[in-house]
Design a binder for this molecule. Structure first.
Ligand code: IPM
Ligand code: MN
Length: 355
């Protein structure tokens, strides 16, 4: 008998439950084919629960999550809840409380998927963005005075400690080693303007690289230039490492180059704790309940989850099945235009996982 893992599922809002269901279906198929079992437990965190109970997340949530081997998240965001409440109260709170200090976002073009980048294919678009996930403008450091007056002052500071920067850089260098492709880490910063913040990153980057990863090449790009090169020369990249805010922005750019939110997945990773995997798109309220939303992003998040558990062969099998489907069977990644329903796409991927 193989191993057994406990997985918490937070289906969340909108189309979250529909895509999470397909991801669970595929994970079960992968587990069956690769000799391990998954025990899923579902949590109802999200907009509906908040509207019903007035509570965004129970106090005990993070502690409960710690008992699991990993978390799978569908989507957070509800049309009847003011923007920010659920995002901050659920997604960001879990990231912080579980100290998921890495946000790993693969930018990978699957075969047959249309990219807006001219003359670029799966060979050229295949890199990982390592976004720091606990610091920067996301810490809430700052405040407001004289609110609502013409003299209102608003301050929100980007904060990084050497410790946060070092542990993030360590992950990025180790990832470049594991990927074993171009053996390159590119730091994305803004050293010409953020002369304290990215000076810290740049010094830490070169110190660690020179000392511990001499075989890994180090590049540096300002964030604005990074955006240009991600479009013009994505093949330059292997691993990009950056702070939380720039990482948020450039990974949406990356996602659109790999075919958009229908396929882009991410992992909120605590290498020493419990990690949470999610499709990076939103809850898509207008497609809710129609069985037309694309579940591939959630399924790819599931593949990342398997890889994180150490079930590499199962993760590879899921990705191969996704690649086979995008290459031949799925017409478009857009909701309603896939040529299949949400559940059919889940079936296709599950069936494509050989025993
Ligand atoms: C993301 C999202 C979140 C973020 C929002 C919903 C808080 O945009 O995961 O990229 O800014 O991190
Ligand atoms: Mn984002």
């Amino acid at each position: 008998m193989g191993k057994s893992y406990r997985i918490a599922v937070i289906p969340g809002d909108g189309t979250g439950p529909e895509v999470a269901r397909e991801a669970v279906k595929v994970l079960d198929a992968a587990a069956a084919a690769h000799g391990f079992t998954l025990a899923f437990e579902t949590f109802d965190y999200g907009g509906d629960r908040y509207l019903r109970t007035g509570e965004v997340l129970p106090e005990s949530a993070a502690d409960e999550m710690r008992a699991f081997d990993a978390i799978l998240l569908g989507a957070i965001g509800h049309p009847d809840v003011k923007p920010g409440i659920l995002e901050k109260g659920i997604l960001l709170r879990l990231r912080f409380e579980l100290d998921q200090y890495i946000n790993l976002r693969p930018v990978k073009l699957f075969p047959g998927v249309e990219t807006p980048l001219k003359d670029k294919g799966p060979e050229e678009i295949d890199y990982d963005v390592v976004r720091e996930n606990t610091g920067d403008l996301y810490t809430g450091t700052g405040g407001v005075t004289m609110r609502g007056t013409p003299h209102e002052v608003a301050v929100q500071s980007a904060v990084y400690t050497r410790f946060q920067v070092d542990r993030c850089l360590r992950y990025a260098f180790e990832l470049a080693r594991r990927r074993n492709r171009r053996k390159t880490v590119a730091l994305c910063g803004k050293t010409n303007v953020l002369t304290y913040l990215y000076d810290l990153w740049e010094r830490a980057f070169h110190e660690m690289g020179e000392r511990d990863y001499p075989e890994i090449r180090r590049d540096y790009y300002h964030v604005d230039a990074t955006c240009m090169w991600m479009v013009k020369n994505p093949e330059w990249f292997d691993v990009i490492v950056t702070g939380n805010m720039f990482g948020d922005i450039i990974t949406d750019l990356g996602a659109i180059t790999q075919g958009g939110m229908g396929i882009a997945a991410g992992g909120n990773i605590n290498p020493e704790g419990v990690s949470m995997f999610e499709p990076i798109g939103g809850s898509a309220p207008k497609y809710t309940g129609k069985n037309v939303i694309n579940p591939l992003a959630a399924i790819c998040a599931g593949a990342m989850l398997l890889r994180h558990l150490g079930e590499e062969a199962a993760a590879d099998a899921v990705e191969r099945s996704v690649a086979a489907a995008t290459a031949t069977k799925i017409k478009s990644l857009a909701a309603g235009r896939m040529g299949h329903s949400t559940t059919e796409v889940g079936d296709l991927i599950a069936e494509g996982i050989g025993g």
